[in-house]
Design a protein around this ligand. Structure first.
Ligand SMILES: [Fe+2]
Ligand SMILES: [Fe+2]
Length: 354
């Protein structure tokens, strides 16, 4: 119910914002900050076959997210694309993905994914979309985008004989040749400077591709300098991190920081716990949704509508072939919570992932 209420409130904000002076809008909502919504689309993995041919299923996932986002009422105030636009970082893939994203009726903020980056180290992506890390303010909330998929120089520059080889190594989920992701020293210094201009009670929302926490190194659900970034964020009252890459719903709370992942439009990854029936490596508070069904090509894919209210984020998952889900921030428990968990008895059992 609270989500429904937030939708209505967001709609009312949009209507009143058009006709009332700013001071009256603030009065109407009882505080400095207004509620609003934005959409989050991620991990489309647009894959070139040859000539003008692309993998149809991945195209369909992104086309549907763009179309549904455009049809939203009330309208989200902007869109974030969370990275892995392309599968192997090629110009045809990035061009084709950019063309599809250009159909969005909203300002779109872009996040770098490893599949976009490791062919030419982000050069063509930046030609198309601009900065790889940046911040902006919207209605009293400070938003920060980081490129979290960088790695060690030796691995980036020395190890591979061709850029294609480097890209294909990084494209594997459980590749033992892979190197851990990180934000890196230069961006951490930039982040520190950016945060120095922000008051401690300003809500912060960070967009990264990989989780800014250490979940499961074997699949690179991992950011190597996560603790250093968390430390920079510690003095702020309300911090929210929204990340892609994991193609599944995860959530967690570490101190003042709420973590939420988003789904892919392309395909779901199974939870690490289902891999070879091994130990679960999920964030502590995550309640796993049903694992991916490999016979349903649209299983557990979709996009998100995110409510921002009282400096926290609620994620509404619009799943193409599954019941929609919401992970809302519980202000009493001070952490995110799945508000409609699917009954265990209705789930198909865990399986080996091949
Ligand atoms: Fe991805
Ligand atoms: Fe990724």
């Amino acid at each position: 119910m609270s989500n429904r209420r937030n939708f209505i409130k967001a709609g009312a904000t949009l209507i009143t914002a058009g006709v009332l002076p700013v001071s009256l809008v603030k009065l109407a909502f009882g505080g400095e900050r207004e509620d609003f919504t934005f959409a989050y689309i991620s991990d489309s993995h647009i894959q070139h076959i040859k000539g003008s041919k692309f993998v149809r299923n991945w195209d369909q996932g992104l086309i549907r997210a763009v179309a549904e986002t455009n049809l939203m009422n009330p309208k989200p105030e902007f869109v974030v694309f969370g990275g892995d636009l392309a599968q192997l970082g090629s110009k045809p893939e990035l061009d084709h993905g950019a063309e599809m994203l250009s159909k969005l009726n909203y300002k779109t903020h872009m996040v770098m994914g490893e599949h976009d980056y490791y062919l030419d180290l982000g050069k063509y992506w930046s030609d198309l979309f601009g900065e790889q890390h940046y911040s902006f303010d919207h209605k009293g909330v400070h938003f920060i985008t980081l490129n979290s998929i960088l790695t060690y120089d030796e691995w980036t520059y020395d190890r591979w004989s061709t850029p294609e080889q480097r890209m294909s190594e990084m494209a594997g989920l459980d590749n033992p040749n892979g190197s851990p992701f990180m934000v890196g020293k230069r961006q951490r210094q930039w982040l520190k400077k950016d945060l120095s201009k922000v008051s401690k009670d300003t809500p912060i929302v960070i967009f990264s591709h990989s989780p800014l926490q250490k979940i499961y190194k074997g699949w690179n659900f991992w950011t190597d300098d996560a603790e250093q970034i968390q430390k920079l964020l510690k003095p702020f009252k309300k911090v929210n991190v929204v990340y892609g890459h994991v193609h599944q719903i995860q959530y967690n709370q570490i101190g003042n920081i709420a973590f939420n992942s988003v789904m892919a439009t392309a395909w779901p990854w199974p939870y690490p716990g289902t891999y070879a029936q091994g130990d679960s490596h999920l964030p502590v508070m995550t309640v796993p949704m049903n694992r991916a069904d490999p016979f349903n090509e649209r299983d557990a894919t979709g996009w998100q509508l995110i409510d921002v209210h009282s400096g926290r984020v609620d994620l509404n998952y619009n799943l193409y072939a599954n019941q929609n889900r919401s992970v809302a921030f519980d202000h009493k428990k001070n952490r995110p919570q799945d508000v409609d968990y699917q009954d265990k008895n209705q789930q198909i059992p865990p399986q080996l992932h091949f």
